[in-house]
Design a protein. Sequence first.
Length: 197
Amino acid sequence: MKRLLCIALALLAACGACAQDLANGVFLVAQPTLTAPAFRRTVILITQRPDGGSMGVIINRPTDVSLSAAFPKHEHIAAQPHTLHFGGPVQPQSPSFPVRTATPPPRGIPMLRDVYLTADADWVDSAQATAKVLTAMRAFAGFSGWAPGQLRSEIERQGWYILPADSETIFDKNPDEIWFELAKRAVLRSTLYKKYQ
């Protein structure tokens, strides 16, 4: 994954030790030429799987399903004002939760310094009942995944931009504006890189 990120980011910006400077998670930003319905105008928070593939969740596809309807047996999740998001086409019946916390969830996947991805709804519900354990969370149906080498091929075909991820974009920004903002940022980085290379 580090090699993949270095190759992709070198196309976007002058970056000496890119893999060392980035946290584990990054944003995949769909290029305008990517028209597959599942991923058109998406932004995906991704990380590396142990087998060398990549996985993550689409952060800008909220649904109309309330969390109370999606998680009726988890009262603290159900009480959140957010709606369920579509995380991707893989196992859409299974939940995924990006959470911002100083207490890593059991079997949670590190994404950023204080952001983890977990599928454990019971842990998320319990953590929300405890003051200050979770400072932010989102709930997703399914996730997005790529086999080893598959994502690299898509990037080489100019399907995706890659940008450093940040928790503010994941938890605080309007999903309707995320793709436009990050796509504009990625184009600017690419233009500056080509100008000064």
